[in-house]
Structure formats: structure tokens, C-alpha cells
Design a protein around this ligand. Sequence first.
Ligand code: SF4
Ligand code: SF4
Length: 95
Amino acid sequence: MVDYKDPKSTIAAVQVPSEGEAGKTGSWRSFKPVFNPEKCILIKSEKARCHICWMFCPEVAITKSRPPTINLDYCKGCGICSTECPHGAITMKKE
Ligand code: SF4
Ligand code: SF4
């Protein structure tokens, strides 16, 4: 059984951001994700693995980098990254 909180037991499709028919969807947003690097496990520990935010973002708006970055041109403000981050490193703020 796949434990979605354990990055070692998950398989994620590799996707690259691309502009769809809807164009840049960031303008649909009423809440935006705010990244707090002090809480991100990838910043706290060089050996840590995570990228759960990247894995769950339905818009591929988060990079699989260290630290992850959020492309607000495509982020629709769904809040999934904030909900799924196990360390509370992403909070949603009203725009
Ligand atoms: S709020 Fe939604 S669309 Fe925006 S970065 Fe987070 S998961 Fe992706
Ligand atoms: S899910 Fe949270 S702790 Fe993990 S990489 Fe993303 S922001 Fe950092």
C-alpha cells in the first residue's frame, strides 16, 4: 500500500509546466500560498527529502527544487499544497 506521506514509497509522474487553453491561471486566485523557508524540512536539513507540495500541486506550479518555488502565474490558489505540507511551511493568505 502506498503511504502518500512517505516520499520513499510514492511514485510521481514527471510533468513540466505548460500553458494550456486557459492561459495563465494565476488571475483566478483569491488566496495565494506563502512559503515559509524556516519551516520547510528541505531547508532545515540537507539530508531531508520531501517535495510533497510539488507532488500534490494540480497546476504543476511548484518546482521540485531545494527550496521549492511557487509560480504564481499558474497557481490557482486551491490550497492543496498548504494542506498537504506536513511541516506547515505553506500558508494561504487572502490577496
Ligand atoms: S495553491 Fe494549489 S495551485 Fe497554487 S501552488 Fe498550491 S497546490 Fe498549486
Ligand atoms: S511539502 Fe512543505 S516541507 Fe515539504 S518541500 Fe514542500 S514546503 Fe517543504
